[in-house]
Ligand binder design. Structure first.
Ligand code: WT7
Length: 676
């Protein structure tokens, strides 16, 4: 059954309780629930769904097909006749059950600087703000099923915007605030949003950055004609000019009458009554774009009932959360981690969640640990890239803080190397806190392979064992055959779990091609993995043309297409190489057009082009001017060889005889700064 020998070799006892436990306390308890979740998923997920409030509890639980060769084809439905509302489950129901919860803090807002007046937002206040903003959306004609693009910094208003969409059944599509106008335009047009929610500015690391300005440019682009309305939150609204970092920039803001509206003006016109919209469990909740191995970003589509059931249960068990504890996840709401584990997972569990606007290094590298002490944070969740950048500084930046409140430390986004794990454990966690290394993806909605705290032993660098309902299976890339652990191969998942993406927005065919065609009957993750004899999973990284740099997914094809938009470039090939700090570095082979001279200035200009076209968070590390690239006779660039050159592993290039001109390889090696 399961690929995990730990689970296989153990006897399992049936789970005969009428509800799921509050916490998983023993390995036997995990084993019996795991057995239930895989042998009787209907029963297990019924119990999990009972943790939520439904207008109509589902009678049909699991109805899924992974095999594209069947008549039905790939189709994923969970709780399909259930009716619920995500926002109601995150806010109203806690207060409905116990009115005193209204006074409990839902969000602690930690601003970049310390000028913000409003730091603690209670459940009652958040609910009131969400209802009022939902009414603003309604006043502007937003209805159930409409797509709403959200382009915001990390502030409380962003959470309000997502929850308000969920309340009225609008589908949100959050675009990370670092993306360029071009990238936002592409994402707006793909889902044909009619409305954009943004903020005049964002403030990070002491700098004020324009967001509305980038939307203005995006909306001049040809493909963006669907947008009729732009709702603009004013960052630092209510602060005096001397406190306001953005006062100066604000004077140069453009305004299109009849299209652009200040949210604070619109809020004057609404009351705070707004009933949640009853939604079918399979109605879409949101779209979130992620990079694929080919050019166009993929609009990952998540739906209502299964997603919330899954993120709620994973949050509860993996952080062993009890209401009253303070939880902080450092991810931006622009990524899936922000959706699932800043907002929906925590709030559906009545957690107090910290929203952090700033960066780990401002005003200095003690920032995270100062925040931990200031808000007495019990559970802290961040990315290996942040850990690695902080461990490069003197340990005293950590040790001069107390951190006594911490109980659990989490990591996500890329493999964590054992040194970083050890530093996180011993220095940050004083060897006292348990670490949860959570492997999952935008597509999976929530945690897939992860420790459950204090239930089994950890090994630094391993995400350990699968969550309930998750059955992992390795495959051999060449033979396409399943592998029995212990082994290393391509990581697939057998059978569905409620949190998984249902499709790509209006592109089911690509969904099937990317995730279900590689191994018929299985979900293909795109990651490599080693499963050891004890069943522990060690993720080895992407096996496709997606780079994971500092925890962000970047498709090499996207970067290539940005490079060739530069007037001097005729062709580009982008590959990753191992980087101890960022997980991967970005190496760009660039062929210039005839007559264009190689120069340092041109290198800089190419880097600038990529950042302008895709976003400032995308940064080519090395530009290598290559008059020729290794190509097959049919003209296909052999990226496999380029990867070996930059790794560098030039003695294992493999078969290069199919190249049109094998001498190209030597030229490239000679000039590659990494192969010497
Ligand atoms: C890819 C998914 C899931 C939220 C953040 C990224 C890599 C993620 C781990 C981990 C090793 C990890 C994988 C995965 N990844 N978590 N704990 N250990 N690798 O979401 O942008 O969809 O990226 O991130 O390569 O496929 P994403």
């Amino acid at each position: 059954m399961s690929s995990s020998t730990v689970i296989n070799n153990s006897s399992t006892t049936a789970w005969d309780q009428s509800s799921l436990p509050e916490k998983i306390q023993t390995f036997d308890e995990y084993k019996s629930l795991y057995a239930l979740s895989t042998e009787n998923p209907d029963r297990f997920w019924t119990l999990a769904a009972q943790r939520l409030d439904w207008y109509q509890f589902p009678t049909k639980i699991k109805n899924t097909e992974f095999d594209y060769r069947t008549e039905r084809g790939v189709e994923i439905k969970w709780f399909e006749d259930g009716v619920l509302n995500v926002c109601y489950n995150c806010l109203d129901r806690h207060i409905a059950k116990d009115p005193s919860v209204g006074e409990q803090v839902a969000i602690i807002f930690e601003t970049d600087k310390l000028t913000e007046k409003r730091h603690h937002i209670t459940y009652a206040e958040l609910l009131r703000d969400v209802k009022r903003f939902a009414n603003v959306l309604k006043n502007h004609g937003v209805k159930k099923g409409d797509r709403v693009t959200i382009y915001m910094p990390m502030i409380v208003d962003t959470c309000v915007a997502l929850l308000a969409c969920a309340r009225i059944g609008a589908i949100h599509s959050v675009v990370f605030g670092g993306f360029s106008s071009h990238s936002v335009a592409e994402r707006i047009s793909d889902c044909e949003s009619t409305i954009v929610i943004t903020s005049d500015f964002g403030v990070r690391g002491g700098k004020c950055t324009p967001l509305k300005g980038k939307i203005d440019v995006a909306l001049t682009m040809e493909q963006c004609k669907s947008v009729k309305t732009v709702l603009v939150f004013q960052r630092n609204h209510g602060l005096s000019a001397t406190e306001d970092d953005c006062a100066e920039q604000r004077s140069s803001l453009l305004w299109v009458d009849g299209r652009d509206y200040w949210v604070h003006d619109e809020l004057e016109k609404v009351d705070d009554k707004c009933d949640p919209e009853p939604m079918n469990a399979e109605d879409p909740l949101f779209i979130l774009y992620t990079s694929g191995s080919t050019g166009k970003p993929k609009g990952i589509l998540h739906t209502t009932g299964g997603y919330l059931t899954y993120v709620s249960l994973t949050f509860k068990y993996v952080f062993a959360y009890t209401p009253g504890e303070v939880y902080m996840c450092t991810a931006d709401v622009g990524w899936i981690t922000g959706h699932s584990y800043v907002i929906y997972g925590p709030l559906s569990n009545r957690a107090t969640t910290v929203v952090f606007e700033g960066i780990p290094t401002y005003p200095d590298v003690s920032r995270f640990w100062n925040i931990v002490d200031k808000h007495q944070i019990n559970i802290f969740y961040t990315a290996p890239t942040a850990i690695r950048s902080l461990m490069a500084h003197d340990d005293s930046f950590v040790t001069r803080t107390s951190r006594k409140s911490l109980r659990i430390l989490g990591t996500v986004g890329e493999p964590i190397n054992p040194e970083a794990w050890k530093w996180y454990h011993t220095i940050v966690g004083d060897s006292r806190c348990t670490i949860v290394d959570t492997w999952w993806q935008t597509e999976t909605g929530g945690f897939m392979i992860t420790p459950i705290p204090n239930v089994w032993e950890l090994e630094g660098g391993s995400a350990t064992l699968p969550f309930f309902g998750i059955q992992t299976q390795l495959f051999n890339k060449e033979t396409r055959q399943p592998l029995q652990p212990p082994n290393t191969g391509e990581l697939c998942i057998r059978d569905s779990w409620p949190g998984q993406a249902r499709s790509l927005y209006r592109n089911h065919e690509r969904f099937v091609d990317v995730y279900f065609r590689p191994y018929p009957g299985y979900y293909f993750s795109g990651d490599g993995c080693e499963i050891k004899a004890n069943g522990y999973h060690w993720i080895t990284g992407r096996v496709d043309d997606v780079l994971v740099i500092s925890g962000h997914n970047i498709g090499t094809a996207e970067v290539e297409s940005a490079l060739v938009q530069h007037a001097g470039v005729s062709e580009a090939a982008v590959v990753g190489y191992p980087d101890p700090k960022k997980n991967q570095g970005m190496y760009c082979f660039v062929t210039l057009k005839d007559g264009v001279e190689e120069s340092d200035a041109l290198q800089k200009d190419l880097i600038k082009t990529v950042r302008e076209i895709i976003g400032a968070h995308v940064f080519p590390d090395i530009i290598h001017f290559a008059p020729n690239l290794p190509k097959t006779r049919s003209g296909k660039i052999m990226r496999r060889i380029l990867r070996k050159i930059v790794e560098p592993d030039v003695h294992n290039l493999g078969d290069i005889s199919t190249l049109n001109d094998p001498s190209v390889v030597d030229e490239l090696i000679k000039k590659c700064p990494r192969s010497h």
